[in-house]
Design a protein around this ligand. Structure first.
Ligand code: THU
Length: 136
């Protein structure tokens, strides 16, 4: 199978997500995830999953990156890279949180060896997303 194309710029996101994945706190699932989110202003915010003994309090890597970014004043995003072992997209909760700020976000999913398995726009993962426009 042909490798999924990725620019050098976006490859940097995969590398940052791979590095931050090492900081994942996942003693319950042992499933480590890292994410790197690029804002429109060029800043990159990283995040890992942070689990909790009260399991539902767990925060996914994507949401960690997003809340770090919004806390630092970034609200517009271009691209996110997520690094984990599974060739799957992000969970529904993360898609919903990201959709709020970035309905046109582009996603890359990769494994820790840098193999990109998915390159897809938000519109394909969440085609009928519920966003702020419905509450105006
Ligand atoms: N997880 C993420 O961080 N991102 C995903 O896209 C999928 C799931 C985390 C949550 C939990 O810590 C572990 O992976 C297993 O579900």
């Amino acid at each position: 199978m042909n490798p999924v194309p990725i620019s050098a710029n976006d490859r940097e996101l995969v590398e940052l997500a791979t590095a931050v994945r090492e900081r994942a706190y996942a003693p319950y699932s042992n499933y480590l995830v890292g994410a790197a989110l690029r804002a429109r202003d060029g800043r990159i915010f990283t995040g890992c999953n942070v689990e909790n003994a009260a399991y539902p309090s767990t925060l996914c890597a994507e949401r960690t990156a997003l809340v770090k970014a919004v806390s630092e004043g970034a609200r517009e995003f271009e691209t996110i890279a997520v690094v984990a072992l599974a060739k799957s997209g992000p969970c529904g909760g993360c898609l919903q949180m990201l959709y709020e700020f970035a309905p046109d976000l582009h996603f890359y999913m990769a494994d820790p060896d840098g193999n990109v398995s998915i390159s897809v726009p938000m519109k394909e993962l969440l085609p009928y997303g519920f966003g702020p426009e419905w509450l105006r």
